[in-house]
Design a protein around this ligand. Sequence first.
Ligand code: HEM
Length: 464
Amino acid sequence: MSATLISHAPADEFRLPDGPKSPKLVNGLLALFAQRRFVRRLQGRYGDAYTVDLPVIGTTVIVTHPDLVKAVYTAKPTVLHGGKNPLGGLLGPGSLFSMDEERHLQERRTLLPPFHGDRMRSYDELIEEEALNAMQAWPEGEPFATIDTFKRVTLRVILRAVFGAEGTELTELEELLPRLTAVGQRLVTAPILRRDFGSWSPGRRYRRMRRRYNEIATALIEERLTDPGLSERIDILALMLARLLQDGAEINRAEVADELLTLLVAGHETTASSLAWTVERLRRHPEVLRRLEREVEGDDSTLRTATILEVHRVRPVIGTTGRMVMQPFQLGDWCLPPGTRVVTQASAVHADDRFHPNAASFDPDRYVGHKPDTYSWIPFGGGVRRCLGAAFAQLEMDVVLRTMLRHFELMPADAPGERESFRGVAFAPARGGVAVVRRRGTPIGSAASEHIGQSRPADKEVVV
Ligand code: HEM
C-alpha cells in the first residue's frame, strides 16, 4: 500500500469531534507553551475527544479516554500510519520512524527478538557498571542535577549494549552523538535550518557529524559481519545482523546505521529523563524511599518495579503519540477523514481519576500485584508502534535505581516538586532532578558488594 491518502467514504459521512474555533496560530502557541493546561481546558470543555487545527500539523483529533486510545492502537496499519514523524526525515529511510505498513512490521520482526524482555537480563551487569562509574563523581551533601549523570549512563549503555561499541569507537561515539543529536533536535523543530547556510550553519554541521557517524557505524557493522564469533555476541547489533543473515536478507549498511541511531535517539534521553523524575518523586515521598531501601537489602524488586511504573504514570516523558489517518477511521461515534492526525494524550489519561483513583497522588502500591492497564497506562504508546525498547528501559531504570539505593542515601526534599520542561525529545524535570546524597560507608544489598569487590556486610546493616 502506498503512502497516498485513500478515501472510500463519501465526504458527508465524515464527522469530527467538536473543538475550539480559535485560529491555528493561537492553538499552536498554546500547544507549544502551555501544552498541559491547554489540553486540560479543552478536555473540560469538549470531553474525551476534540479537534484542534494546528499550524504545520493540520487538523488534529486529540483523545483522552482509554476506549478511544484502544481504537487508535488496534487500528490496522493501513488505516493509521505513524504520523509522519519528523524524526524519520532526519534519521533516514532505515529508521523505524520512517516506515509504515509491511516494511515497518518486517523491521519490527527483525528487531523485536533482541529486545525481548527475557534477553534483557544479560545487560544487568553492564548497566550496573556504568551506573556505578558515573555516580562516583556525585558530590556529597550539596544539590546537583542527576539528569546529566543519567544521560551519560543511558548513552554509554546504549552504545555498549546496542551498538556493541568498545575502545576508541565507544569514546568517539560518546563524544560525537550528544552533539549530533543536539543539532538534530534543532533541525526537527525548525526544518528550515536543514538547509546548508555555510560551514558553521546547523544544517552543514549536522551533515558533517552525520557523515562521521555513518563511517563509525559502518565500521562496526563490517566488524560484526566478519566476526567468526558473531553468534556468541550479545549486543543488539550482532543479534540484529544474525537475524538478517538467517533470513537471507541483503544487509544495507546505511539503513542499519539509521536504525542504530534511531535506537539511540529514542532510548537515551527518554530513559535519562524518567530516571531524573524517579529521583525527583522519591525525594518528595520519603516513606516510599525508605521502603525501597529496605527492599534493596534483599533480592526482591516488587516495589521497585511498581515505583518505576508509577513514575511513568505520573510523569510520562513522552506526553503524546501521533498517527496519520490514511483511510476513513471509525473513532467512537466519529468517522475521521484521511489526512487527519490522531493524537493519544498519555498525560491526560494518566491524570484522570476515572481511570486511576486518586490520580494526583504518587502511589506505587497501585502496581504492587497489579499490572497496568494496556489502554489507560500508555507511557510507551501502543499497538504495532509500541515502544520497542520498553523492556530495555524498564531494566535500565531498575538497575540504575537499585545501584543508587545501594550506594547512596538520597535526602528527602522540602522544596515543591520540579516543574516539567521539554528538552527536545522528552519532558524532564525543569531543574534536572536535583538530588542531595550521602555515600554509604558500606553499600546495602548482597550483589552490590560483590560487584565492587568489597566483602559482604555480615548483618546487611544499612550504614548511613
Ligand atoms: C523511559 C524510556 C522510554 C519511553 C518513555 C519511551 C516511549 C516511547 C513512546 C511513547 C514511543 C511511541 C510509541 C507509539 O507511537 O505508540 C516510543 C517509540 C519507540 N521507542 Fe521508546 N521509550 C523509551 C525508551 C526506549 C529505549 C531504551 C529504546 C531503545 C533502545 C526505545 C526505542 C523506541 C523505538 C525504536 C520506537 C519506535 C517504534 C516504532 O515506531 O515502531 N525507546 N517510545
